[in-house]
Design a binder for this molecule. Structure first.
Ligand SMILES: *[C@@H]1O[C@H](CO)[C@@H](O)[C@H](O)[C@H]1NC(C)=O
Ligand SMILES: *[C@@H]1O[C@H](CO)[C@@H](O)[C@H](O)[C@H]1NC(C)=O
Ligand SMILES: *[C@@H]1O[C@H](CO)[C@@H](O)[C@H](O)[C@H]1NC(C)=O
Length: 390
């Protein structure tokens, strides 16, 4: 009798905890526990939390993920276990390849709104403000990406060390960061990270430091079965936005139009090649097209990524975009983020300077030059582009 009461007590506590975790984890984004004083107090007052073994934390999260994906329509009528690495499944893996200030934060958060998503945010942060185009860094950089996509953290010392001083490496991975706030001692532990990561059926990544050509090695790895999206943006918009980042000015890979646009030309030829070689696993989108038509474009992207247009994605779009039937069909809520904001912020001579360095890149990717100062403020910088002919 006594044992039965004890067991009941334990069960009730466990269920209460699980519910709390489930609530926390259901927040589509920014699910930082500081918004949950109740849970926070519980952790602080219950010192046993500090000594919860890794396997218990992993088991709790496994349960939460199962609950959240109960109704998720997995592709081809498969189930969660078919996509879970920890039990021998094969996750849905997607990478966004782009460069700084091209709208990848938004797109990364769209993917992260889906329950069961594990978000490898900018895994090459520890390389600094540089573009990786080939030797000497290409091999090690691609290996980092491969390891992360397989949830293998054992050989990622530089990555993990950097993250401990720059926690934004992990904060964008909201589901991981929640655990980091509960269990700081596990947050940078390769063993915990490996087990935790392997629970998630959707592995997403965005990379701003690796040029597209080098992503071919990832696509060739049949085990990974990864999909790659190249996210492109008008160089004038990119450079305008970078001007306002303190880490950028003075670094040629970041603030020089000719270097940015040479990368865009090289990405274009890589895109043609990859499109031909991996028609179902490689795709391209321009930031401007995405921002002008976020609902439709996100819908198409999720189809490409083999992900479901989850209601959380809809909520995310509702709160981050705004329909405006007057001019542009839709803009981001924060007008500073509208795709054409640069036309107001740059003067004509700055725009001309960029355009002179970027003639070929702009032509290939379908960006139009401004005629004069007046025209700059009102013209449509977009035209069609195609990957079909070179
Ligand atoms: C998935 O299941 C549904 C109903 O159970 C069925 O109609 C459909 O054909 C199945 N699809 C595949 C790809 O097996
Ligand atoms: C354009 O902006 C640049 C940088 O802010 C400034 O140096 C330049 O004088 C401006 N040119 C004109 C014509 O206003
Ligand atoms: C600027 O270019 C437009 C064409 O887009 C032209 O109609 C206009 O006259 C030009 N303005 C000046 C001041 O040259």
């Amino acid at each position: 009798m006594y044992r039965r009461v004890e067991l009941l007590g334990l069960t009730v506590t466990t269920i209460a905890l699980i519910l709390l975790f489930a609530t926390v984890n259901q927040r589509p984004t920014r699910e930082y526990p500081r918004h949950y004083p109740v849970l926070q107090d519980l952790i602080l007052t219950n010192s046993s939390f500090a000594t919860v073994p890794i396997k218990t934390v992993v088991r709790q999260n496994k349960f939460v993920i199962e609950q959240q994906l109960k109704d998720y329509p997995f592709p081809k009528n498969k189930t969660l276990t078919d996509f879970t690495l920890s039990v021998g499944g094969k996750p849905v893996r997607n990478i966004i390849i782009t460069t700084w200030r091209s709208g990848s934060t938004f797109l990364g958060e769209v993917l992260n709104a889906i329950p069961g998503n594990y978000y490898h945010y900018e895994p090459l942060l520890h390389y600094g403000i540089m573009q990786i185009r080939g030797p000497p860094f290409a091999d090690s950089a691609v290996t980092v990406l491969e390891s992360l996509l397989k949830c293998e953290y054992d050989d990622l010392q530089a990555y993990l060390k950097y993250g401990q001083d720059h926690v934004y490496l992990f904060t964008h991975n909201t589901r991981l960061w929640t655990q980091c706030e509960y269990y700081p001692n596990y947050c940078w532990d390769p063993d915990f990270l490996m087990q935790f990561c392997k629970l998630f059926p959707f592995q997403s990544m965005k990379v701003v430091r690796l040029r597209l050509r080098l992503a071919e090695r990832l696509l060739l790895n049949k085990d990974l079965n990864v999909r790659v999206l190249l996210l492109v943006r008008d160089p004038r918009g990119i450079l305008q936005s970078r001007k306002h980042r303190e880490w950028c000015p003075g670094i040629p890979d970041c603030d020089q139009p000719n270097i940015l646009c040479a990368d865009m030309v090289s990405d274009y030829s890589a895109a043609i090649k990859l499109k031909h070689k991996f028609p179902h696993r490689f795709s391209v989108i321009r930031y401007e097209d995405l921002s002008l038509n976020p609902y439709n474009e996100v819908k198409k992207l999720l189809q490409f990524f083999n992900l479901y247009f989850h209601p959380n994605v809809m909520n995310f779009l509702d709160s981050h975009t705004r329909i405006n039937y007057g001019g542009l069909s839709s803009t981001f809520r924060n007008s500073k983020n509208t795709p054409f904001h640069w036309r107001m912020d740059l003067n004509f001579s700055e725009v001309q300077y960029i355009e002179e360095q970027c003639t070929q890149a702009m032509h290939l990717w379908g960006y139009v030059k401004a005629y004069n100062e007046t025209n700059l403020k009102e013209f449509n910088p977009l035209t069609e582009f195609t990957l079909d002919n070179e």
